[in-house]
Write a protein that binds this ligand. Structure first.
Ligand code: ATP
Length: 489
């Protein structure tokens, strides 16, 4: 077989995509051989070798990943680049596990693809190790570009033990990502031990993490094996790492540096065999500047950072998450519900300050309380302002108790009616409804709180939980004069 050193084989059944990719690869100096089916691919590969192979996954005659073994048998060293419209973590992992050089979820940047093929064709190919099957159906969903980057980062750490630091607001899915790394990675046969470092009293944290010997301190009536040792062969997930007390940070750093731990009151060094995944919802840089977080520990942990964007910055995910949670709620025995496109659209415009956790709790509540199985906007609106009694508790297993839900409100009808009246009376221009509504809501809210504090802006800002300068600025913008409230009527 004569190698066609500058030929690339492209398997893509969508002609318009194939044309664009061919043009970009030709610009990179390749000649492209295009085929549209797995059968054609196999015929080409039986007769020729190529500098690289670019392949789609869903093809008219089968799955491009499932049949990739046949490609590997014929051309074990040919770099493979996989393109996929199935933007799930499962596909990302399956693609990576083929030992592919790179995986591109669609839509992708054509120039980046062409550059990658150039790199692949030039590289001595060293596929990622590990061709074992992986657990599928992991419940980490998302189709936004941001989540695609998260999936890609996850696939990069599955076949190594690098320390991962997951950063993001509360409820964005940090723990779920840590679990995915464990379940899909090399250490899935071992335990996954999660420790919320913020929830353990400072004086107990060292013994919790590192263990203690009998009699190490008052109350240490028996030997205790710490979380590090419990996680041997598996993964230790250190949550809320930004809240760890200083002394424990020092011990943790020492453990990471030496690769061993010593139980409190013990003499033996115990070798560590644990992958560390840490997470925090705090911005660690200001914590370091304020002297509350050790900079050297930060660098030790921040080997592979994974950023979980807040849900409001990846609104494309809301619809798929909502449907995913409805499905889960049904699997757990709640009524099986569906959302109309308009209701899903309304959900995708909500602020979701509690992120995915808040959305999940909302969906479970909706599955329970909706009047009809097909849920439309009119059923969603009243639920967006829940009654205090309609809390997460007692609403099925899947309800996440981590955070309060989107808050206390009047009876569900009140605000919904006010909103409907306001909307029909004001009719803000399309594209400005959200901002106008927020401004309309803020005005009476600020007035109410200023009334309570007799015009005292500092106390009002404290009560609202916002910065005093922010309050002053917003009052100016809303033309609200705090002087008006200095004397109660
Ligand atoms: N992408 C996702 N797909 C499906 N479920 C998700 C996703 N992200 C988060 N969840 C669910 O949302 C809830 C909150 O997620 P998780 O506990 O992982 O957040 P977190 O960032 O670790 O929060 P905290 O900082 O408060 O600990 C969980 O029930 C989790 O299963």
């Amino acid at each position: 077989m004569m190698p066609h050193s500058q030929h690339v084989l492209l398997l893509e059944d969508d002609m318009s995509i194939a044309i664009v990719i061919t043009a970009a690869l030709e610009d990179e100096g390749f000649a492209v051989v295009h085929c549209q089916t797995i059968a054609e691919r196999d015929r080409q590969l039986a007769d020729h070798s190529f500098a690289a192979f670019v392949t789609d996954v869903m093809l008219p005659d089968g799955d491009g990943i499932e049949t990739i073994d046949r490609v590997r048998v014929l051309h074990p060293d040919m770099p493979i680049v996989i393109l996929s419209a199935q933007n799930t973590l499962d596909t990302a992992v399956r693609a990576t596990d083929t030992g592919a050089f790179e995986y591109f979820p669609k839509p992708f940047d054509i120039d980046e693809l062409a550059r990658t093929v150039r790199q692949a064709a030039g590289a001595t190919h060293s596929p990622l190790e590990g061709e074992e099957p992986v657990a599928d159906g992991l419940p980490l969903v998302g189709r936004s570009t941001a989540m695609q980057s998260v999936f890609r980062m996850i696939t990069r750490v599955l076949r190594n033990d690098l320390t991962v630091l997951i950063l993001g607001e509360s409820g964005t899915g940090k723990e779920l990502v840590a679990e995915a790394i464990h379940q899909l990675g090399n250490r899935r046969g071992g335990p996954f031990i999660a420790v919320n470092t913020a929830a353990i009293p400072a004086e107990l944290i060292e013994s919790e993490l590192f263990g203690h010997e009998k009699g190490a301190f008052t109350g240490a009536v028996a030997r205790h094996v710490g979380k590090f040792e419990q996680a041997a062969g598996g993964t230790l997930f250190l949550d809320e790492i930004g809240d760890m007390p200083m002394q424990a940070q020092t011990r943790l750093l020492r453990a990471l540096q030496s690769g061993s731990v010593r139980r409190v009151g013990g003499r033996d060094e115990i070798q560590l065999d644990t992958r560390i995944v840490a997470a925090t919802n705090k911005d660690l840089e200001p914590e370091i500047a304020a002297g509350r977080f050790r900079e050297d520990l930060y660098y030790r942990l921040n080997v592979v950072p994974i950023h979980m964007p807040p849900l409001r910055d990846r609104r494309d995910d809301i619809d798929v998450l909502a449907r995913h949670f409805l499905q889960h709620a049904a699997n757990e025995g709640l009524p099986r519900r569906q959302l109309t496109a308009e209701a899903a659209e309304l959900l995708s415009r909500q602020p979701w300050r509690g992120n995915v956790r808040e959305l999940k709790n909302f969906i479970y509540r909706m599955a329970l309380l909706a009047r009809e199985d097909l849920i439309d906007v009119d059923q969603v609106v009243p639920l967006l302002t829940p009654e205090p009694s309609a809390t997460a508790s007692g609403m099925g297993e899947g309800v996440d108790q981590g955070e309060p839900m989107n808050g206390h409100a009047h009876g569900p009808g009140d605000i919904a009616v006010a909103v409907a009246q306001w909307l029909s009376a004001t009719r803000p221009a399309s594209g400005t409804i959200y901002d106008s509504a927020m401004a309309a809501f803020e005005r009476p809210l600020f007035a109410e709180v200023l009334k309570e504090t007799a015009g005292n802006q500092l106390r009002a800002a404290q009560a609202l939980g916002i910065n005093r300068n922010t309050l002053r600025k917003r009052l100016g913008e809303l033309s609200l004069d705090p002087e008006e409230f200095t004397r109660r009527p």
